[in-house]
Design a protein around this ligand. Structure first.
Ligand code: UD1
Length: 344
């Protein structure tokens, strides 16, 4: 049911992992939400989960952003859009190395189509899903938004760098205003237990691999390298609860709509605290009461040794701060994994 008087947001990739949590956050704030998703890495059933949490569904269009004419039709139909939150993209680092053109075509053509439609239909506000991958292996820690952008390690990472550039240039020549959010490592699941990550096939990321190992899908967790220059030798990342990431999008939208800020802004979205792979495993063991079998293996090519965010800019300017602990991240991921397992 549309909510008159409240803004309407288009959320691309709104049935995916971070997208669906953001749809929930925006619906709970009483905004109207229109979702586009091509269902390439998500399921329409997520709409029912969203409705179970929020009491209403977003308007849904099963559209691929690369399909320019369908996107034009949507913008012609949905005349009240105030902002777009753009998640829809491919995100598997390894796959992007094997098939770079797939990543450049999908992630960049979709962005260009979206920007063209936004400009021609006078939708002036965009929140873009970027990544800490743009910093590569940082020279100093924590990483601020002024830290240098390094040569991308993967085509996936390059699509985020190029995407930021395309958006920045567009804000300089049109009325578009945009905030790019550079997420660190989003993990965990919704506190309702009804939404979480649904990786297709074998996951690549640490937390789904931990929870799937815990339910016996894999015999052990492979720890990629214990000879890094870190206290326990394993890599350090800034893991952040997906619900905190979703709230950051709401804060970014509200900043854009308030008219404050510059035409193009970038914010780090992390907790500011780094944890090693072994610390994450330990937090999972404490949250689940299980012992996780692990096997130390060689370093994974392309991995960064250590990265965590300076979040002072997002804390001050967006008025946003991550509040959920590593143990909440692990607990929610574990509840979610068990709910998936119970259905099988
Ligand atoms: C990568 C990307 C990031 C992207 C994210 C989501 C880079 C540098 N990073 O993050 O941009 O948004 O994926 O797709 O491109 N690990 C293990 N065993 C495993 C899996 C992971 O030890 O089985 C370790 C990794 O070595 C790493 C940490 O866990 O130290 C986190 O890995 P992962 O969850 O894959 O995320 P990133 O590589 O940090």
């Amino acid at each position: 049911m549309a909510n008159p008087g409240k803004g309407t947001f288009l959320i691309t990739g709104g049935l995916g992992y971070i997208g669906s949590h953001t749809v929930v956050e925006m619906l709970l704030r009483n905004y109207n939400v229109v979702v586009i998703d091509n269902l390439s890495n998500s399921s329409e059933l997520v709409l029912d989960r969203i409705a179970a949490i929020c009491g209403r569904k977003p308007v849904f269009y099963p559209i691929d952003l690369c399909d320019r004419s369908s996107l034009e039709d949507l913008f012609a139909t949905e005349k009240d859009l105030q902002a777009v939150i753009h998640f829809a993209a491919l995100k598997a680092v390894g796959e992007s190395v094997e098939n770079p053109l797939l990543y450049y075509k999908n992630n960049l053509i979709s962005l260009i189509n979206l920007l063209d439609c936004m400009v021609s239909h006078s939708v002036h506000n965009l929140v873009f899903s970027s990544s800490c991958t743009v910093y590569g292996e940082p020279d100093t820690l924590p990483v601020t938004e002024k830290s240098p952008i390094k040569q991308a390690i993967s085509p996936y990472g390059n699509t985020k760098q190029i995407g930021e550039e395309i958006i920045k240039d567009t804000t300089q020549s049109t009325q578009l205003r945009s905030i790019a959010l550079r997420y660190f490592n989003p993990v965990g699941a919704h506190s309702s237990g009804k939404l979480g990550e649904l990786p297709l096939g074998k996951p690549n990321n640490l937390v789904p691999l931990i929870t799937q190992t815990a339910v016996g899908i894999f015999p052990f967790l492979r720890v990629f390298g214990n000879d890094y220059a870190t206290p326990d030798g394993t890599c350090i990342r800034d893991y952040i609860h997906v619900e905190d990431v979703a709230i950051a999008h709401a804060s970014a939208c509200e900043r854009l709509l308030s008219g404050n800020g510059k035409d193009y802004e970038v914010f780090n979205i992390g907790t500011g605290t780094g944890y090693s792979v072994l610390e994450v495993v330990k937090a999972f063991e404490q949250a689940s009461g299980l012992t996780l079998p692990i096997q130390v293996e060689n370093r994974r090519p392309g991995d960064i040794e250590k990265v965590f965010a300076d979040t002072s800019l997002s804390n001050q300017i967006l008025g946003w701060k991550a509040s959920r602990s590593l143990s909440e991240m692990m607990r929610s991921a574990w509840v979610w994994q068990q709910s998936l397992n119970n259905k099988e």
